[in-house]
Design a protein around this ligand. Structure first.
Ligand code: TPP
Ligand code: MG
Length: 327
């Protein structure tokens, strides 16, 4: 395999800043839902934030990211502006989609976030289309497509990997492999030993990586993104991770063996990265606390903005949507 590259200190701190912002956003949005201030299902990415943070610091603003219902980590990492992000989550008129997308469909073209889908596996062929367009127009843009382990059992995954490989599309497939699809454990629904194997089957590098290890994840993403940008084709990253808050808010994770959950919680990637940054001399405790405080303040300002914003007017119902004419 390609040589191992390492992120520098500034990159590691940026990964921590983004990951901590994601955690803050997730914690706060859950508080607001529980307080009845937001009416929405929520698919928490808690535990998976280092994947999006480590991928995104390798991307240019013009690169594109496709994500899913479990996508706030990918959106925040790509740099979506906080105020319209929270407003969209709340369905407010000041949101990135004028409140018509909601949490399942947060998109923001200017940030390189053209697609968030609730249909498992549906993002992959769309990511190919974005990548194909970039290839034809020679823009140099890379498309990163995020999805879960369960999505790799959908037909669209296989078609998309095949075509991306044949056409050497500038796309990076990031499987955020948290070991569960809804309540179904990996082994009960997925035949291959690893997701990485499935990339190899389609003639592209299939890379197993610890998605909870910032330098390892950064390095794997860096190699894959540079390969795509150089016109050498796609990569499938099998990023191992865990979701701490179940499939969606309210799920008590009863189907996850207690020891497995305890092991995962003990290895929570965020406090582990924090301790490691201090231990390695990359940052002081005070500097990291500063980053955390800045994130809290910025997110709170966005929450205030969103709470104070109006819902879309009824007159907006028929605008910006595709309507089929009835015969
Ligand atoms: C085509 C389709 N089938 C089924 C569902 C219902 N569904 C929503 S999420 C999900 C599990 C997907 O698991 P995975 O791809 O591992 O992603 P994770 O939720 O773990 O991030 C399922 C089956 C759906 N939304 N779309
Ligand atoms: Mg999963």
């Amino acid at each position: 395999m390609s040589e191992m590259v390492s992120p520098g200190r500034a990159t590691l701190l940026e990964i921590y800043r983004i990951a901590n912002l994601i955690k803050r956003a997730d914690d706060r949005l859950i508080e607001l839902i529980k307080a009845g201030q937001i009416a929405s299902p929520h698919y928490s990415p808690r535990g998976q934030e280092l994947i999006s943070a480590a991928v995104s610091v390798n991307l240019l603003p013009s690169d594109q990211v496709v994500t899913t219902y479990r996508g706030i980590h990918d959106q925040l990492a790509k740099g979506i502006p906080l105020k319209p992000f929270v407003a969209e989550f709340m369905g407010k008129a000041t949101g990135t989609c004028k409140g018509k997308g909601g949490p399942m469909h947060i998109t923001h073209l200017a940030s390189g976030l053209p697609v968030t889908t609730g249909i498992v596996g549906a993002g992959l062929p769309i990511a190919n289309g974005l990548a194909w367009s970039a290839q034809l127009r020679r823009t140099g843009q890379v498309t990163v497509c995020n999805f879960g382990d369960g999505a790799t059992n959908i037909g669209a995954f296989h078609e998309a990997l095949n075509l991306a490989s044949v056409w050497k599309l500038p796309v990076v497939f990031v499987c955020q492999n948290n070991g569960y699809a809804e309540h179904t454990k990996y082994e009960l629904g997925t035949s291959s030993r690893t997701i990485a194997d499935r990339g190899i089957a389609y003639g592209m590098p299939g890379i197993e990586v610890d998605g909870n290890d910032a330098p390892a994840m950064w390095s794997a993403a860096h190699t894959a993104i540079e390969r795509a940008r150089a016109g050498e084709g796609p990569t499938l990253l099998d990023a191992r991770t865990f979701r701490f808050r179940g499939h969606l808010l309210g799920d008590d994770s009863h189907y996850i063996p207690r020891e497995e959950m305890a092991r995962a919680v003990a290895a929570d990637p965020l406090p582990r990265l924090r301790a490691w940054l201090i231990e390695q001399g990359h940052a002081s405790d005070a500097a990291l606390t500063d980053i955390e405080r800045t994130n809290v303040a910025a997110f709170e300002e966005a929450v205030r903005f969103a709470l104070d914003s109006p819902f879309p007017d009824v007159s907006e119902l028929g605008k910006d949507v595709v309507a089929m004419e009835q015969a």
